[in-house]
Design a protein around this ligand. Structure first.
Ligand SMILES: [Zn+2]
Length: 444
């Protein structure tokens, strides 16, 4: 089915400054019309009264674990979780086994994503071979094979010299380096924020400075080289200040924040809750407030889930031994909608889930030098004539988070058992219905 009319929803597309109740007509897989449709054509119809209709969400930061860690997630289960969460596009991190550090691996991920035919999946390539931090990957070959960014995420690039050369080399592709900023000599695998709660619990903490030192270094290296950096999962107010100043100086930098860092603080760990154990750790209320502020001010460009599915055994253990991560794709929307009650406008949230990440993928200050882009045209917007990637959600619908019902194999969520508001009802990828809530009917 490539034709569809979504009737009477609140269409919100920040890229075109649209916020109006109307109909969205999808014709032959493309956005055909926005407004009041005159229905003389015999298209299938969905009534979306009271619902919000937006461009499909885009996630810059998902861990899909395949190959190598299929007990945690597969590309198919991750892509299914994506469409249930309203994400029509996800970018998957390369810390698999083997890692995505050569064109063959890029092709493998693309092939698996095509087979499951759910969300669009774009691979991110490693910065260094095997994420070993020493030898830089063949960036141009990887870009030709279809990666949309480079990252050693899960670990930092420790050597300043390697990072410098990676930034220089990446200029040939114009693709960003997604930067996991952590001075591991200051964190050495610790599990939470250094501060009040760590003291109460008697746990070792990771100071905010462990993140900020590396952010500072890589901003300096981006300035030196002219390369593009994208700071992953910003968690501290200090990082935000550094990014703001770098942007003011004209450095080619963007950044993302996760839903959990916008919503939760270190207090979530009070009972040694391994489900809130993540890297970077949840910080203080002051940090959280500043991150929300940074989102509103536009210092933060995108919201990214850092979807990190873990097996039951990896979380059901002592806090110190538990693995990092939150399975985030299926709870991103309702958790973020909590922010609209007081702190953030809906339009801002939608922007950071759609045009924000799209503009990072589409290019920084410099256009790609010679590579054809793997990205669909009109990404991140409901642009007439562009492939119809659409998300429809009911902002009022309440549901209880039950991880057993997740499509993701990762059941690790700090939202477990909570009643949340906001449910994805329909996800359309390239004009095809990829997910539809059982309560929603297609007429005609
Ligand atoms: Zn990371």
């Amino acid at each position: 089915m490539k034709n569809l009319v979504i009737l009477g929803g609140r269409i919100v597309d920040p890229s075109q400054e649209i916020d109006q109740v109307g109909d969205l007509v999808i014709k032959e897989g493309k956005v055909g019309f926005l407004g009041r449709a005159t229905l003389n054509e015999d298209y299938p119809r969905i009534h979306a009264g009271g619902m919000v209709v937006t461009p499909g969400f885009i996630d810059l930061h998902s861990h899909l674990r395949e190959p190598g860690f299929e007990e945690e997630e597969t590309i198919a289960s991750g892509a299914e979780a994506a469409i249930r969460g309203g994400f029509t596009t996800i970018c998957c991190m390369p810390n698999t086994n083997p890692p995505i550090d050569n064109p063959g691996m890029v092709e493998y991920v693309k092939q698996r994503a095509r087979e499951c035919n759910k969300a669009r999946v774009f691979p991110i390539g490693c910065i260094t071979q095997g994420q070993g931090g020493e030898r830089i990957v063949e960036m141009v070959s990887l870009a030709r094979a279809g990666v949309v960014a480079f990252s050693d995420d899960g670990r930092p690039v420790r050597s300043s010299e390697v990072m410098r050369h990676a930034l220089e080399y990446s200029l040939l592709t114009s693709l960003p380096l997604i930067d996991h900023c952590e001075d591991i000599e200051l964190t050495h695998g610790t599990a939470m924020n250094e501060g009040r709660m760590a003291k109460i619990l008697g746990l070792e903490g990771a100071p905010a400075e462990a993140e900020e030192i590396m952010v500072f270094r890589d901003i300096a290296l981006a300035k030196l080289t002219g390369g593009r950096i994208h700071i992953a999962h910003v968690s501290t107010q200090g990082t935000l200040k550094l990014v703001q100043r770098a942007k003011e100086e004209g450095i080619d930098i963007t950044c993302e924040v996760t839903p959990h860092h916008l919503l939760l603080t270190e207090d979530k760990i009070a009972d040694y809750n391994t489900k809130a154990k993540i890297n970077p750790p949840l910080r203080t209320e002051k940090d959280r407030e500043k991150l929300v502020e940074g989102l509103k001010q536009g210092i933060i460009d995108a919201i990214a889930t850092d979807h990190s599915p873990r097996s039951y055994e990896e979380k059901a253990c002592e806090f110190d031994l538990a693995f990092f991560g939150i399975s985030g794709l299926e709870t991103a929307l309702p958790s973020l909608l909590k922010l609209t009650e007081e702190e953030v406008e809906l339009k801002t949230l939608i922007e950071k889930l759609t045009m924000g990440p799209a503009s990072i993928l589409k290019g920084g200050k410099k256009p790609p030098l010679f590579l054809p882009s793997p990205l669909p045209p009109g990404m991140g917007m409901l642009k007439v004539g562009a492939p119809a990637d659409v998300t429809v959600f009911d902002p009022q619908k309440e549901w209880v988070v039950n991880p057993a019902e997740f499509s993701s194999k990762g059941k690790n969520t700090p939202w477990e058992g909570e009643t949340v508001k906001g449910k994805v009802m329909l996800t359309v990828v390239g004009g095809e219905i990829a997910y539809i809530d059982p309560s929603l009917e297609v007429e005609g």
